[in-house]
Ligand binder design. Structure first.
Ligand code: SAM
Ligand code: SF4
Length: 333
């Protein structure tokens, strides 16, 4: 029988999100400051692929079944498929997913798929090239869509679109994004802006609540929006299917609704910090013991002990300004 990681609130933790870099070629308004983050970050501060793989192995041996590679932008780190290849050999790891802005996806998709990435989430906040370029401060929608087409062509499944809905910026495109998902046969997930990092906090005046997003979608597709009984792989989403299509719609309400009761995940930063909650400071440094020569058993014990510190819930609602201490690119979304 496989090991299981259970936290103090009896939640089974089976999902690890790994931010492989805090750097990104885009600068989305709600995520990154214009000048990027940690421009002074030294190369040696970041975990090598061997170090990342060793930590991931310890988690898998403890019961983690799903890993998502994220960032920053994971595809700005060279040769990501070599990390995927390494970890896809781990017995018990059932699922390797990727979150990307898809700018480099057309170039990388085949190697990643071959190495073991099956599912992929792509951030698309607008279908209007100029607006997309503005929100991302320089992004190229054409490249992103070429990346999506490539992923679909080579059979990555599912491909999902993530749209952060912002009042007055892109909320007029909710219906268009549903239609686009239907046309491509791709799941669309609408995300509330979260007050994480200075960039996220500064965008809270554009927060657009999940209930309103849902009402708009219901009005748009009418009776065809059917609550989905299938279990989501991604926890916090409320899921629906559209008619008898394969298209699913998810609405993620991290702010107006707690999803903490069913939280199944922890996060590893590119510098080797294990972050136990998206919205709380609790974390444990794994890099120092790793570089000081900790044994595999010692590393596993460190992780088990760290899990005891996982908080019950975040406090986005009650105290939004508390979450400026971390950047989303470190946490990986
Ligand atoms: N660069 C990749 C991407 O954009 O998909 C992966 C990293 S990004 C930090 C992961 C997810 O976090 C993206 O879907 C992004 O839209 C979301 N995100 C970043 N900052 C956010 C915020 N303040 N509120 C809500 N979602 C946010
Ligand atoms: Fe980069 Fe993704 Fe953050 Fe946009 S959301 S700045 S693409 S890490």
């Amino acid at each position: 029988m496989r090991n299981e990681l259970i936290d103090p609130f009896m939640r089974k933790i089976n999902y690890l999100r790994v931010s492989v870099t805090d750097k990104c070629n885009y600068r989305c308004d709600y995520c990154m400051p214009e000048q990027g983050v940690h421009p002074e970050g030294r190369h040696t501060e970041y975990l090598s692929y061997d170090e990342l793989a060793r930590i991931i192995k310890a988690f898998v041996d403890l019961g983690i079944a799903k890993v998502r590679l994220t960032g920053g932008e994971p595809l700005v780190r060279k040769n990501l498929s070599s990390l995927v290849e390494k970890i896809s050999a781990y017995e018990g790891l059932e699922d390797i997913a990727l979150s990307t802005n898809a700018h480099h996806l057309a170039r990388e998709a085949e190697a990643l798929h071959k190495a073991g990435v099956s599912r992929i989430n792509v951030s698309i906040d607008s279908l209007k090239p100029k607006r997309f370029n503005h929100i991302t401060r320089g992004g190229d929608l054409e490249k992103v869509l070429a990346g999506v087409d490539k992923a679909l062509e080579i059979g990555m499944k599912p491909v999902k679109f993530n749209m952060v809905v912002m009042k007055g910026t892109n909320d007029d495109e909710i219906e268009a994004m549903v239609d686009f998902g239907l046309a491509k046969g791709v799941e669309v997930r609408f995300i509330e802006t979260m007050p994480i990092g200075p960039a996220g906090v500064s965008m809270m005046n554009q927060h657009y609540p999940a209930d309103k997003i849902l009402a708009r979608i219901k009005k748009h597709v009418g009776k065809n929006l059917i609550p989905s009984s299938g279990k989501s792989h991604d926890g916090p989403a409320r899921n629906f299917v559209i008619g008898n299509s394969e298209t699913r719609i998810g609405v993620i309400s991290a702010v107006s609704d707690h999803f903490c009761e069913t939280c199944n995940r922890v996060r590893l930063t590119a510098k080797g910090v294990l972050a136990l909650c998206l919205g709380q400071e609790d974390s444990v440094d794994l890099r120092t013991p790793l570089r000081e020569g900790i044994t595999d058993e010692g590393l596993q014990q460190l992780i088990v002990d760290a899990l005891l510190k996982k908080p019950e819930k975040h406090f986005f609602n009650e105290n939004v300004h508390n979450i400026e201490f971390r950047q989303m690119v470190e946490l990986g979304g």
